[in-house]
Write a protein that binds this ligand. Structure first.
Ligand code: 5GP
Length: 116
């Protein structure tokens, strides 16, 4: 069994977080260290550590992460101006929390995705 992270406790509402969306497959909450005016993390309720651990069984939850992203962007008023979705994977990807998550960033003009 993979080791739980703080995100599982947030999903179960055992520790506080600013949850902006939750359904039976995914939970979304504001990042504790926002990198943009809107910075929300969208996570599967099931503990999937990294993209490398995704299986065909997870396709409903992975798809739901995108429909949740679209809804949250509308709620946040950034759907028209646009936004960025990022999923980091393992060390070289810069992943710090090993519970798969998608960053939803927007509310300002974002810079280049990668330094030149
Ligand atoms: P990663 O680098 O793994 O893609 O991103 C992890 C993100 O989780 C970081 O942006 C970090 O600020 C956020 N984070 C870490 N711990 C917590 C927490 O306890 N609560 C919330 N809301 N965000 C967290």
């Amino acid at each position: 069994m993979p080791t739980e992270t703080i995100f599982s406790k947030i999903i179960r509402k055992e520790i506080p977080a600013s949850i902006v969306y939750q359904d039976e497959l995914v939970t979304a909450f504001r990042d504790i260290h926002p990198q943009a005016p809107t910075h929300v993390l969208i996570v599967p309720n099931k503990l999937i550590p990294t993209v490398s651990d995704v299986t065909a069984e997870d396709e409903a939850a992975i798809g739901r992460m995108f429909t949740a992203a679209r809804k949250i962007a509308e709620q946040e008023g950034i759907a028209a101006s646009g936004y960025r979705l990022i999923v980091n994977c393992k060390q070289h990807g810069g992943q710090e929390v090993y519970h798969l998550h998608m960053h939803l960033l927007g509310g300002k003009q974002l810079g280049r995705m990668l330094p030149q």
